[in-house]
Design a protein around this ligand. Structure first.
Ligand code: ATP
Ligand code: ATP
Ligand code: MG
Ligand code: MG
Lengths: 227, 227
């Protein structure tokens, strides 16, 4: 479902050029559960943003579901982002003025789901991450880990084909982290493809394979023992 | 150096009232290294904000260096915050339009240190967290873990008496986390008092004591084996 060939990403500002990705190639099959690990600054979020169609590579090819992403129209890209992809950002990106139900409803805005049904789905998803008693709150009235859970709920509410999660348990205590990983495991068993970035080995163990990155390249791929 | 007596914090918005701290009492001696752990939403950041003089309790008493914080003037509070306290925020709070050197220099602005000296200290601190090759960058040109390290550098640059660090390794890979904890250990040996919130037991092990919180209260205090 995902094929990357010699992907490069360079950031330029004036004279300074930062090579964030230096030739990344791999393939991910449908319904795989992949973890990505690597040092701070090794290119994990940059890679995730390109995979999630939020950014473009400087060179190289990215095929999603067999289609060349660079040749998709803006409308096609928007449809893919909205319908097929769920993204949990490392820094959450919640809208500060909306309460958490309305934040979680956002991905459903362009779907053909009725507002009442959308609201119900958002509330259900928030209940699944144990936030049913905070529905009227806005993000800055919540703890770091509560905001992280809202970001997770929002990524899952449209039941996307592929879930990209960038450090989804970074602000969560061990018990809550296990609850979130059990939720991901359940979604994986139901058919979803999951790609998650983590720096914690115990979290990476929930995946089938672990891609190790260093300095913008893939260093090795490990296969986990089946659970 | 820190004494808390029956501290309570309640957030009110209209009808809804959230009891974030429900009677917290403890004391921390000078040059202690304390970790605070607990489930997401248990009140850790709320407690840190009150200890760091960034917020006020609803009731109860907080004495810092023997002085009642609630009876300090605004000027005295500002002086304490600027000179005696260094704070690493769970969500970093870096200024987006300043490059990282100028972000790290901020706490020195009201000190009697010359700008050239302040700039040198900021660069040194950024080198200590391995960011010497990113000095001209602004926060959104950096990875999550790089921003976290800028937040750490900024908290340390004025050599504060007390360091409060709220999840300082949440976005860092294991190797970088160890480097940061070795830096904190070094500062502790040099006399600083350190209070850090973490959800990772391996990080809490660097401290002398671990305060466990649950539902806005202290559940228990563990003493670590000496390292
Ligand atoms: N401004 C606010 N208004 C209402 N409730 C709030 C506000 N800020 C925090 N809270 C609530 O207070 C409780 C404690 O929050 P706090 O941020 O201290 O938790 P925490 O232990 O740091 O959690 P985490 O590990 O998720 O960061 C949470 O239930 C949170 O929803
Ligand atoms: N807009 C930008 N301009 C310049 N350099 C950038 C920009 N965004 C990211 N970088 C650089 O690209 C590299 C990779 O960043 P990325 O965010 O992908 O790292 P990461 O592996 O996610 O790190 P972390 O684990 O700390 O989140 C870093 O060295 C970073 O400084
Ligand atoms: Mg990242
Ligand atoms: Mg917190």
């Amino acid at each position: 479902i995902i094929e990357l060939e010699a992907l490069r990403k360079e950031y330029r500002s004036g004279e300074i050029s930062v090579a964030a990705l230096q030739g990344v190639s791999f393939a991910i099959a449908e319904n795989e559960f992949i973890a990505i690990m690597g040092p701070s600054g090794s290119g994990k979020s940059t890679l995730m943003n390109i995979l999630g169609c939020l950014d473009q590579p400087t060179s190289g090819r990215y095929r999603l579901g067999g289609r060349e992403v660079s040749s998709m129209s803006d409308d096609e890209l928007a449809a893919v982002r909205n319908r097929d992809i769920g993204f949990v950002f490392q820094s959450f990106h919640l809208l500060p003025r909306l309460n958490i139900v309305r934040n979680v409803m956002l991905p459903l805005k362009y779907s053909d789901i009725e507002p009442a049904e959308a609201r119900q789905r958002a509330c259900d998803m928030l209940a699944r991450v144990n936030l049913e008693n905070r529905l009227e709150h806005v993000p800055n009235e919540l703890s770091g880990g509560q905001r992280q859970r809202v970001a997770i709920a929002r990524a899952l509410v449209n039941r996307p084909k592929i879930i990209f999660a960038d450090e989804p348990t970074g602000n969560l205590d061990s018990k809550t982290s296990v609850e979130i990983m059990e939720l991901f495991t359940e979604l994986h068993r139901a058919g979803q493809t999951i790609i998650l970035v983590t720096h914690e080995p115990e979290i990476a163990e929930y995946a089938q394979k672990v891609i190790h990155m260093r300095d913008g390249q893939i260093e090795k791929v490990e296969v986990n023992a089946p659970r």
